[in-house]
Design a protein around this ligand. Structure first.
Ligand code: FAD
Length: 394
């Protein structure tokens, strides 16, 4: 049995309300546009498709909307103030200069789905996306979804990346990837080595140091934003300048400076935002060389030093985790080759939410809406073209 989703008409300026689910678990579902991923990227695409009156369904592996945020470490606060944490059509419900908690962000995404009645199925992990004839086929267990077009809507933070030598460390050392870190109660007494000196590494290093651990942080310096985001000037002016001007307008694939910065940012990560090198120093966090291996069960640094620590937290980033995509796409450094989210090798396939998809802001809450709007436009125009061709053939 194949079901088609119906849509109701929305009030002017609002996304239309939709029927929630398609089919039973074992039913095949035929959908015009399937959106895989129901985080901020997928919801933004859903909002933009709904505004254009286009039928679609969002599926997400997690049980609850917002779980990608909920599952991050307990003390996490966003580094973007609330005025930059709202998606199109619904401002974030907090004072503009407040820094929400990760659970508040998760709750906001849930309320976004309710507000616009976006059709979404949770607890659906797509295990294979392939093509049969002129349709995409996505399977999740015994579920099968057929779609004319597919949007893969997710950030690059799906599968933790840990160096190959990690299993050589002594089993008495607690090892966690940042994705599994919740709070210092997971740690052994004794020293902590953070491998990776980006935003996650720095924030977790500060937390461990405050709990009285000796902390080392290893990895390349990614630079930092030269002001305090929580200071008065930061909250009211400088954050706006950095997020809305620099990250959103200047550092894009359309500008020479953006094109020059993109490969470096993709391979090394962005600058530190909340934590500064001075903060790390005053908290007693010791910066050390890169961790390159294991010797006698202990982490070995590039300068041949061995650290006798009781904990290692891998803040070494992620793989995009796209092994389930079985389509003839070209890949470069683990990323699909695309043009602002449109995949030239597979027409009708799109990405949203990837790092620097179009701008440095593309993977951030305030930046994803612009990309989602463009992709919805591309979906609409391909649908129109296909419709014209079908009518001509008829
Ligand atoms: C620690 C941390 C802090 C951050 N803080 C900020 C901040 O303060 N401000 C800011 O603007 N940005 C921040 N970001 C960046 C970005 O906003 C978040 O990473 C955000 O979660 C990205 O949303 P997304 O929808 O693109 O991807 P995700 O939130 O990763 O959502 C992707 C969804 O896809 C689903 N999925 C994955 N694979 C499949 C599959 N095969 N089948 C079905 N579903 C699947 C997942 O279940 C998930 O729900 C932060 C990122 C991190 C890691």
């Amino acid at each position: 049995m194949i079901e088609q989703i119906e849509m109701r008409t929305a009030p002017a300026g609002e996304a239309p309300a939709r029927e929630g689910n398609v089919g039973r678990a074992s039913d095949p579902g035929r959908i015009e546009t399937l959106v895989i991923g129901g985080g901020q990227s997928g919801l933004s695409v859903g909002y933009q498709l709904a505004r254009r009156g286009l039928p679609f369904l969002i599926v997400d592996a997690n049980e609850r909307i917002g779980d990608a945020w909920r599952n991050r470490w307990d003390s996490l606060r966003l580094f973007t103030p609330a005025r930059f944490n709202g998606l199109d059509g619904l401002p974030f419900p907090a004072q503009g200069d407040a820094f929400p908690t990760k659970d508040e962000m998760a709750g906001y995404l849930e309320s976004y789905v309710e507000r616009f009645n976006l059709p979404i199925r949770t607890g659906v992990t797509i295990e294979r996306l392939s093509r049969e004839g002129d349709r995409f086929v996505a399977t999740a267990g015994n579920r099968r979804f057929e779609a004319d077009q597919v949007v893969i809507a997710m950030s690059n933070y799906q599968k933790p990346r840990v160096p190959a030598f990690a299993p050589e460390l002594d089993p008495s050392i607690v090892q966690l990837h940042s994705i599994d870190y919740r709070n210092p109660s997971q740690l052994n007494d004794g020293g902590v080595l953070l491998v990776g000196a980006g935003n996650s590494g720095s924030e977790i290093a500060m937390e461990a140091a405050r709990r009285g651990h000796d902390v080392w942080m290893s990895g390349r310096d990614t630079g930092h934003i030269p002001f305090r985001i929580e200071g008065r000037a930061g909250r009211f002016a400088l954050v706006r300048f950095v997020l809305r001007f620099l990250f959103h307008r200047v550092l894009t694939v359309d500008t020479p400076i953006g094109r020059k910065a993109r490969p470096k940012i993709l391979s090394q990560g962005g600058p530190l935002v909340r934590v500064k090198p001075d903060d790390l120093e005053s908290a007693g966090v010791k910066r050390v060389a890169r961790t390159t291996g294991a010797r006698n069960g202990r982490p070995l640094l590039e300068d041949d030093r061995v650290l006798d620590v009781a904990n290692v937290i891998w803040c070494t980033g992620f793989h995009p985790g796209f092994s389930w995509i079985d389509l003839p796409i070209r890949w470069k450094d683990g990323e699909p080759v695309h043009d602002r989210g449109l995949v030239p090798d597979v027409p009708g396939l799109y990405f949203v939410g990837l790092h620097f998809l179009y701008a440095l802001s593309s993977s951030m809450i305030h930046g994803v809406g612009r990309d989602a709007g463009r992709i919805a436009e591309a979906v609409a125009s391909r649908r129109d073209t296909a419709g014209v061709a079908e009518r001509r053939a008829a």
